[in-house]
Design a protein around this ligand. Structure first.
Ligand code: HEM
Length: 421
């Protein structure tokens, strides 16, 4: 983080709130747009967050503050601790504004968009169910597991590797890289004593990942397979095609964006179900419940708690506050999801909630690209866990959380069960 941290940021990222940040968010919502001297503008209420996510003045690419410079011509400031992008690569479309964002997003989407989406998701349903089944079979002979290490973690990485066409023997390397890159996204100022060392390792890993992906792209160019990377490499639409570096940063984005997030959705989901055993029992008897239930989880305990990196390209007046051009803005999605001005009885977990336009996948031009896949993964994972685990119970509540305040979730979720069905 380059900006000086204010005390609000310290509170929000304080590990003491990790297991239950919601009372703090309720306090913060008393001032919908809060700001202290040093820190960013913190937006915590639903309508303000929603409005800003749809406001073209609020940029995801601070380089656009300088209208004279074309994005591809700007060298990255060495001082900037920019953890998400690969060294030597242009930012992925997550970090770009329209029109460049839209061009790359639609190029990335094209091979999977209609009419291909339903077919792809249908084909994937079988594959995902098989991977989940194998992971659960692996619990045989045990009476306790760590859900994170044994299930929630390996599942999405295996899926994204298969999707991207990463050979199975390389998956363990990929898992390790994904982990390090995700840890680098944490803005917690006190995350650990040796932040410089952490950044060094993270840079090194990102370079390794870039080299690996770039070789994989070359291979797919020579010999295309039935995977997403081959489709992206070969795609040429009305918008043209992706350059080599664009392909690389898109592949790296898909890996990172779809990993830790899905791990946390599944883990937070199982935690919530085990705290609400009557809902778990209902799910076991009625698997259709899983569709609204996963939406409610994305509202109630979302894996992406906040979007900490937005910049107004011009002054924005909102909720009686003027946010100056160039300021840093943090949008607390998870707080918006608990806003009583928007949701009835927001602190209640209501698996059949009807009016549920949550912010769990963001909103506006950057809204989650992988939402259909993430939903499907979580739906299959939770349905199968509910169906197959006999008498599951939590061994630790609250569990130990990862330090990361943005991508929030338990580091371990120890469970006991009586057997497998
Ligand atoms: C964007 C959440 C899974 C790919 C986003 C954003 C959120 C989000 C909040 C908005 C970021 C912003 O506005 O700056 C989640 C959650 C997931 C999940 C909670 C799992 C439960 C996935 C998966 C993939 C993916 C599985 C890919 C396979 C992306 C991409 C973007 C994105 C590429 C950037 C979209 C853009 O900038 O246009 N996600 N995501 N996500 N997500 Fe996800």
């Amino acid at each position: 983080m380059t900006q000086t941290q204010g005390s609000l940021v310290r509170q929000i990222t304080d590990y003491a709130h990790r297991a239950d940040p919601y009372p703090l968010y309720a306090e913060l919502r008393k001032t919908p747009v809060a700001h202290d001297e040093e820190g960013p503008y913190i937006v915590s209420t639903y309508w303000e967050i929603h409005g800003l996510l749809h406001d073209p003045r609020l940029s995801s690419d601070a380089r656009n503050l300088d209208p004279r410079a074309a994005p591809e011509l700007i060298e990255k400031d060495d001082e900037e601790d920019d953890e998400e992008d690969e060294p030597g690569l242009p930012p992925s479309f997550l970090r770009l504004d329209p029109p460049e964002h839209d061009r790359l997003r639609s190029l990335a989407m094209a091979p999977f968009g209609p009419p291909n989406t339903p077919r792809r998701l249908h084909t994937m349903r079988g594959e995902l169910t098989r991977i989940v089944g194998e992971l659960i079979d692996g619990f045989e002979g045990r009476d306790r597991i760590d859900l994170v290490d044994h299930f929630s973690y390996p599942f999405p990485v295996t899926v994204i590797c298969r999707l991207l066409g990463v050979p199975q023997e390389d998956e363990p390397r990929f898992h390790a890289w994904a982990d390090t890159v995700a840890a680098g996204l944490d803005p917690d100022p006190d995350a650990d004593e040796d932040a410089a060392e952490r950044r060094r390792v993270s840079r090194q890993v990102r370079t390794e990942l870039a080299v690996y992906l770039s070789e994989l792209i070359e291979e797919r160019r020579r010999a295309p397979g039935d995977d997403m990377l081959s489709a992206l490499v070969g795609w040429e639409g009305p918008e043209g095609r992706m350059s080599r570096v664009e392909l690389l940063s898109t592949a790296a984005l898909l890996l990172v964006a779809g990993h830790e997030t899905t791990v946390n959705l599944i883990t937070n989901g199982m935690l919530t179900l085990l705290r609400n055993p009557e809902v778990l029992a209902r799910l076991r008897n009625d698997p259709h419940l899983v569709v609204p239930l996963v939406e409610e989880l994305l509202r109630f305990d979302p894996p992406v708690q906040m979007l900490p990196r937005r910049t107004p390209l011009s002054e924005i007046d909102i909720a009686g506050v003027t946010i100056p051009r160039g300021a840093s803005v943090w949008l607390l999605l998870a707080s918006g999801n608990r806003d009583p001005q928007r949701f009835l009885d927001p602190d209640r977990f209501e698996p059949q909630r009807r009016d549920n336009q949550h912010l769990g996948f963001g909103s506006g031009v950057h809204s989650c690209f992988g939402a259909p896949l993430a939903r499907l993964e979580a739906q299959i994972a939770l349905t199968e866990l509910a169906r197959r685990l006999d008498g599951p119970r939590l061994l630790e509540d609250p569990p130990t959380y990862r330090r990361n305040a943005v991508l929030r979730g338990p580091r371990h979720l120890p469970l006991a069960f009586e057997g497998l069905r």
